[in-house]
Design a protein around this ligand. Structure first.
Ligand code: AMP
Ligand code: GLY
Length: 422
């Protein structure tokens, strides 16, 4: 089978490594992939958002199955375009990917179908938003409607900060058209849990839960990033909470999307906050999380391609989806300065014995050598019998890898250990 994976980060590398375990897979193409992915797939110089070129490539090369991993092409309709040419895909169509593509859509969906989430108001003009903020409870959370590279959320601790956030989105357009409409919502507190799930629109199968570490610095300080590390499972996510989420959140979401004529197939990511009043949805993503995938897929003991095809074919209820009874930790090695300015172009040395557990996010090949090319450079994962051992093993691997300007957090998993993980 010839497989095509759209995307080029650490998440895509983890997906590709897992797909390769299936013996019927003969070739994997990555569009565009990256310098590290090139060791596991054939990289093709087509950007993830270049839908027409992607479809032409798939048709010309007889692709049997496509996996569209990032949010942008999903929201832009890559799956619709590929399916129109008869190519089966993993991922939602555009009319379902809107669950991530528009926060106004997802908030209204949750309100309409009684799915627990933060209370909110939607604003289409700046003045009404500013008037509302005169009396709104503080802290408050301001969200740009559309995709904003994970940066469209501002937690405002004061009224002035909140107003500033609204102005930056609606007047200065720092997120472009994504700020034409905004959501202002209630500030919630509690531990966060990421639950990725497979769904074919009828059955929803949650994967092992995970915990992201979004801030750049140790002890959750510094700027928000795309994610500096993950552990799985998440110790806050108990069996009782999982059952409650299935009943109150997961199934109602799948049913709501069906009722709206927007059946969701693929990976639906539930970003949850476990509040005093029960689990609530912070965000939906229409795709695998990054770097959650780098801890979740190494724990998947079933065949990934088989599960993905079951979501496409609507046969997920008959498909075995098993996870190892183990723990995983992924530490992101970044370029110092990320998420703002950083230098790149430094040579990366990854010892061969640990290469299978290294997922390359931002690296290119230059003069035959792998060099840093992005903010997040590598995800270094280890799986072990306990969380403590997984953390220790992933840091031991990190210490074996060298590149100029390398930076990583030293406390990935520490919060999970404190929460009672072992
Ligand atoms: P998002 O980009 O939607 O994942 O939001 C980024 C982060 O902002 C989340 O992971 C939360 O930590 C935080 N956040 C978003 N919404 C809320 C909220 N209503 N209350 C408190 N924190 C929030
Ligand atoms: N790690 C969070 C995300 O993928 O959106």
């Amino acid at each position: 089978m010839k497989i095509m994976v759209v995307g080029g980060g650490g998440r895509e590398h983890a997906i590709i490594k897992k797909l390769k375990e299936n013996k019927s897979v003969t070739e994997i193409y990555a569009l565009p992939g990256n310098g590290g992915i090139a060791a596991d797939a054939i990289c093709v110089d087509i950007g993830a958002k270049e839908i027409d070129k992607t479809v032409d490539f798939a048709v010309a090369n007889g692709i049997d199955y496509a996996v569209v991993a990032p949010d942008d092409p999903l929201v832009l309709g890559a799956v619709d375009a590929l399916e129109a040419k008869g190519i089966p895909c993993f991922g939602p169509r555009a009319n379902a990917a809107i669950i991530e593509g528009s926060k106004v859509f997802s908030k209204n969906l949750m309100k309409k179908y009684g799915i627990p989430t933060a209370a909110y108001e939607v604003f289409d003009d700046m003045n009404s938003a500013l008037v509302y903020l005169e009396t709104a409870p503080i802290p408050t959370v301001i969200k740009a409607d559309g995709l904003a590279l994970g940066k469209g959320v501002i937690i405002a601790m004061t009224r002035d900060e909140a107003k500033e956030a609204v102005r930056s989105m609606m007047e200065d357009k720092v997120f472009g058209a994504s700020g034409d409409h905004i959501v202002i919502e209630e500030f919630l507190t509690g531990p966060e849990v990421s639950v990725l799930s497979f769904t074919d629109g009828k059955t929803v199968v949650p994967m092992v839960s995970s915990m992201d570490h979004k801030r750049a610095g140790d002890n959750d300080t510094g700027l928000n990033t795309g994610g500096m590390g993950t552990v799985a499972p998440n110790p806050y996510y108990t069996k009782d909470i999982a059952e409650r989420c299935m009943k109150e959140i997961f199934l109602p979401t799948i049913n709501a999307m069906n009722a709206e004529g927007r059946t969701f197939k693929g990976c639906l990511y539930f970003g949850l906050m476990l509040t005093e009043n029960g689990p609530k949805v912070i965000e939906y993503n229409c795709r695998f999380g990054d770097p959650e995938t780098q801890v979740v897929l190494p724990l998947l003991s079933s065949d990934l391609l088989t599960v993905m095809q079951a979501t496409t074919n609507g046969t997920l209820d008959a498909c075995e989806v098993k996870f190892a009874d183990a723990h995983a930790c992924c530490v992101i090695m970044a370029s110092k300065g990320y998420p703002t300015a950083y230098e790149k172009g430094y040579e990366i040395a990854i010892p061969e014995d640990i290469a299978p557990s290294v997922y390359v996010a931002g690296a290119a090949i230059k003069d035959g050598n792998l060099v840093t090319s992005g903010g997040r450079v590598l995800g270094v994962t280890a799986v072990a019998d306990t969380l403590g051992n997984a953390i220790e093993a992933s840091y031991a691997r990190v210490k074996k890898i060298q590149f100029g300007n390398a930076y990583y957090r030293n406390d990935i998993g520490a919060r999970a250990i404190k929460a009672g993980g072992n």
